[in-house]
Design a binder for this molecule. Structure first.
Ligand SMILES: Nc1ncnc2c1ncn2[C@@H]1O[C@H](COP(=O)(O)OP(=O)(O)O)[C@@H](O)[C@H]1O
Ligand SMILES: [Mg+2]
Length: 244
């Protein structure tokens, strides 16, 4: 998942997670890779451990590595602790690094962790920060489905185009790249030319839904959100995601 801030990446990630958990058999992992995000809240998980938190703790306790254990094995073991097991899925929260220049540090961790964890799951949903800079080829080498979320606007759609181009420049292998227009308040055909210019496949639109907006104002987990119109749209979107 990627796209400008506020377009609905976390919301759509949570709705996809809800769909996966109810409709698909298999091991499911959600990764919150956006330091500003609240995917855990949206999935109904309070105060999860974070990779950054655990790594800070490790760096303070390097002298406490059990005898006979390598540094690498110790770190690997502790990072596994950051995995939250929820009903029907696991969650991994990267967290927010403190101080300047910490992004590289977390990115390096993300690379290693995703690399070894992915083998254990059938589905992985990654809620990313806006932009592709942090998802370099070395972090997530292959993305089966890149879902770029835009709001119902020309600038929103143009920003998905930029993100998509950057992803390609970075050499990320993308199975299929889609555009999802979120919070639509009318027909999307007037945006046809802009959509076409992105080079992305339009997967559909999710209408602006008052109930969904209220749900987040009330800080209720989007994961538990039920609405016929939204469910129908999400079902169609997930069907396309599962196919290609
Ligand atoms: N389809 C929708 N209808 C109404 N409100 C929505 C919809 N999708 C997202 N929102 C609201 O928009 C805001 C931003 O969504 P969020 O998923 O946090 O965006 P992002 O993760 O891209 O920053 C939230 O308050 C959310 O409730
Ligand atoms: Mg978000």
């Amino acid at each position: 998942m990627n796209g400008k801030g506020g377009t609905g990446k976390t919301t759509i990630s949570s709705l996809i997670m809800a769909h996966l958990v109810t409709e698909h058999k298999g091991a499911i992992l959600a990764i919150d890779a956006d330091p500003n995000s609240c995917l855990a809240d949206a999935l109904g998980i309070r105060d999860p451990q974070t990779i950054v938190g655990i790594c800070d703790d490790i760096s303070k306790n390097m002298n406490k590595i059990p005898a006979g254990m390598t540094k690498e094995r110790f770190i690997e073991m502790r990072v596994q602790e950051a995995l939250t097991e929820a009903k029907g899925f696991d969650l991994l929260v990267m967290g927010r690094p403190e101080g300047p220049g910490c992004y590289c540090y977390v990115n390096n961790l993300l690379r290693g962790v995703i690399g070894s964890l992915t083998k254990n799951y059938d589905f992985i949903v990654i809620d990313n920060a806006a932009g592709m800079e942090h998802i370099s080829r070395r972090t997530v080498g292959t993305v089966n489905k890149l879902l770029l979320v835009s709001d119902f606007s020309v600038p929103g759609i143009r920003s998905t185009k930029k993100i998509y181009e950057l992803a390609k420049e970075l050499g990320i292998k993308i199975g299929c790249a889609y555009l999802l227009i979120n919070k639509s308040t009318g027909p999307i055909y007037p945006l046809g030319e802009e959509i076409k210019a992105t080079g992305l496949k339009l997967i559909g639109d999710v209408p602006n839904n008052e109930k969904l907006a209220m749900w987040s104002i009330e800080n209720r987990p989007i994961f538990e959100f039920e609405d016929k119109e939204i469910n129908n749209r999400m079902e169609k979107i997930c069907e396309i995601l599962m196919k290609g």
